[in-house]
Design a protein around this ligand. Sequence first.
Ligand code: 0GY
Length: 292
Amino acid sequence: MDANWLSFHPNPSKPTFVLPPGSVDAHCHVFGPGGQFPFAPERKYTPCDAGKDQLFALRDLLGFEKNVIVQATCHGSDNSAMLDALRCANNRARGVATIRPDISRSELDEMHEAGVRAVRFNYVRRLVDPEPDAYYHRIVEKIAPLGWHIVVYFEAADLAERWSFFTSLTSRVVVDHMGRPDVSKPADGADFELFLRLMREHENFWTKVTCPERLTISGPPGYDDVVPFARRVVEEFPDRVLWGTDWPHPNLKGHMPDDGKLVDFIPRIARTEEQQQKLLVENPTRLYWEEG
Ligand code: 0GY
């Protein structure tokens, strides 16, 4: 693994917040293990191993029933580790794949059978070299017959540039980590307003109110600066939000969160039982288990 790599918390605490039955960790990854599932040659980071057994143990410790496993960029478009995790999960996991436009229909069908329900378009330059829009359009056409949705990951500063492509998409689109707002700016300021406008004007857009540990500047344990952003999104779009741990937390530099404490953050951003039920159970179940 990279010399400065921070490994996931070795001994996370049992959360104080009791997750409602049927809760879904809707954003997490598996890394390798590299001996069995080698990392991609084009990767921009080399992580520690973080395989399915460790993910499922964390799921059980935290009190989640299910996972949505998002293909991590260190595996490129080789989805084997993620698919292996799905196949071993007993219908308790769904997947978000990274695919190339030349993928065959039979490969897509196999992925669907394993539990893949979406593809991810990643625009974060420290993770990937983004492709021209035409590349993603070809993928959109490929996945259309399967009814999959699209997960997008981008930095807030890039939203304006991507706006016309994003808003041309007619499937559901899930934005990772609230479009990565700069939380040193106000939650009611112009930058975050552009993201809120995207959600408001395009009802096919959903978002993950995830990663306080990644977005924070004020830091742990409270992640106080992220609260107004996530709360605002949960309150305005209660039916289109998802939550996840982001375990094993790739590329964190400052600190590694205790995943139990991350779960304890949830009631600060989703303050009513109704909001929690939608965020943790109803929304992800609808998107990944009922509609796919
Ligand atoms: C995340 C965030 C990151 C990494 C990846 O696929 C990935 O490698 O998504 C990041 O470094 O910001 O969502 O896991």
